[in-house]
Design a protein around this ligand. Structure first.
Ligand code: ADP
Length: 500
């Protein structure tokens, strides 16, 4: 049977999706299942790993059935996943020993504070390219091993397996045969030496993790196993793995140094490809593995904004001044400017480059003339201002100005936001025709591994711009607007909890 499609499994924080792609890189079908997180204590976020697998499988089955595609004609499957979230399960029963701890979970804040104050901080940051924050996997795994009775001993005995969601899904998909992760996911664990791409004995000691639990680290584009024949109806090569943001970078065909993409979803994730060069940030970004299509290591400088599209959700759901997220565009355009109003949505502190967990949101510059439209506009502008902070840090680290950026994610469909982004960055913003770049990137990585596609050049030829936004304000205006933003950020950062 001829190999006609690539299947991509895209397991996000709130939904599991499956998509099929054809030889031209076009999506022919997509199916999706939403699932919930649990919040058992303030700051805790967890999920049911069995439910994630069940829904991911449902989505995959649906996409094949709905498009009448025989699993035997699928050339390869690629997997992309919410990063940093972890599962520990029993090798013999296949049952997780606890709920998956989600990347957003802050339960290890105290452990991170202690490490940051201790003697190991500097070498850990240098070796991993990360900062020590509950966001990453290492302290979450340590927490599970400390809190589930006998877990560490069972891990040492080889009875328990650890993995991020990619590893869990592949283990299930392969019928328990393949225990593997890839370099992009492993680079988010605080357990891998970023330069060598190996688990690091010193880091495993710091986080007290038994090496027997760890998956093999594979390349992002290689055949790591096959799906079990009784699961999807055929033994399909599992050939691509990447964390969601690295997959999106590949889906944007950003394969060479200097290329940059920003994803505008709940938060923003901006990745600057630095090629084979491991650049340590001097501007408080993190360094991570990019999804390399070959055996050559590739790196990216990454910055993230915690609250971006979520600020629009807040205006809609909590303030009730917006009927729906897309309506923000028309409302923002109904006023000539934000009338001096700035909105810093630091609901959970500020991410890169500030890393200020104590900052809190502010709306500043209010006068009697301020309206809901000004606040909505200020919220959209805040997404662009925060993204500029990331891009400024990236271009300072890279030593070159950034002149063009590719965009995706739900809020990238907002034309006002994209124009304002171009204006405030003084950079061309390019929006592709297919903004489902995460699933697409995993498909590309899988397809390259099995020769379905021949090269990144072939893939890059599929990429199409839907719209380009050119900067069109004067430098003086850009400076004035951004200075105002800096003032507002200073207010958000001077927040203090009132004494009781
Ligand atoms: P995620 O993958 O993080 O769930 P999505 O990429 O699906 O996010 O984007 C959804 C986010 O984008 C939501 O926070 C929503 O408020 C915001 N959003 C969606 N459409 C628009 C729009 N047209 N204008 C502004 N924000 C939008």
């Amino acid at each position: 049977m001829s190999q006609q499609h690539i299947l991509s499994l895209d397991e996000g924080t709130s939904s599991a999706r499956a998509a099929l792609y054809n030889q031209q890189g076009a999506r022919v079908a997509i199916a999706s299942r939403e699932f919930a997180s649990q919040y058992p204590q303030p700051g805790w976020v967890q999920q049911d790993a069995n439910e994630i697998w069940r829904l991911q499988l449902e989505a995959a089955t649906e996409v094949l059935q709905a498009s009448w595609v025989d699993a035997r004609s699928v050339a390869a499957v690629g997997i992309t996943n919410q990063r940093e979230t972890l599962v520990v399960w029993d090798r013999h029963t296949g049952q997780p020993i606890a709920p998956a701890i989600v990347w957003q979970c802050r339960r290890t804040a105290a452990a991170c504070a202690a490490l940051n104050a201790g003697p190991d901080r500097d070498w850990i940051v240098k070796r991993t390219g990360l900062v020590i924050d509950p966001y990453f996997t290492g302290t979450k795994l340590q927490w599970l091993l400390d809190h589930i009775p006998d877990a560490r001993a069972r891990g040492e005995a080889g009875d328990l397996l650890f993995g991020n969601i990619d590893t869990w899904l592949i283990w299930k998909l392969s019928g328990g045969k393949t225990h593997v992760t890839d370099l992009t996911n492993a680079s988010r664990t605080l357990l891998m030496d970023l330069a060598t791409g190996q688990w690091d004995a010193d880091l495993l000691r710091v986080f007290d993790v038994p090496p027997a639990m760890l998956p093999r680290i594979a390349r992002s584009s290689e055949v790591v196993g096959v799906s079990s024949g009784d699961i999807l109806g055929a033994e399909i090569p599992i050939a691509g793995i990447a964390g969601d943001q690295q997959a999106a970078t590949a889906g944007q065909a950003c394969f060479s140094p200097g290329m940059i993409k920003n994803t505008y979803g709940t938060g923003c994730f901006c990745l600057l490809h630095t090629g084979g060069q491991l650049v340590h940030s001097s501007n408080r970004l993190i360094t991570t593995r990019a999804a390399s299509p070959t055996a050559q290591p590739q790196y990216a400088l990454e910055g993230s904004v915690f609250v971006a599209g979520a600020a629009i959700q807040w205006l809609r759901d909590s303030l009730g001044i917006l009927p729906a997220a897309p309506a923000s565009q028309h409302m923002a355009q109904s006023v000539p400017d934000a009338a001096g109003v700035y909105f810093v949505p630091a609901f959970v502190g500020l991410g890169a480059p500030h890393w200020d967990a104590d900052a809190r949101g502010v709306i500043s510059g209010l006068t009697r003339g301020a309206t809901a439209a000004h606040i909505v506009r200020a919220a959209l502008e805040s997404i662009a201002f925060q993204s500029r902070e990331l891009v400024d840090a990236q271009s300072a680290d890279a030593g070159t100005p950034i002149t063009e950026m590719r965009v995706d994610g739900g809020a990238a469909s907002n034309d006002f936001l994209m124009q304002f982004q171009a204006d405030i960055l003084n950079c061309r913003i390019v929006r592709p025709a297919d903004t489902e770049t995460t699933a697409l990137g995993a498909a590309y990585l899988a397809g390259l591994a099995v020769g379905y596609w021949q090269s990144t050049e072939e893939i890059a030829s599929f990429w199409r711009a839907e719209r380009v936004f050119e900067p069109r304000i004067a430098e003086s205006e850009r400076t004035r607007l951004f200075d105002g933003w800096r003032d507002a950020v200073a207010r958000a950062r001077s927040h203090r909890e009132p004494a009781h």
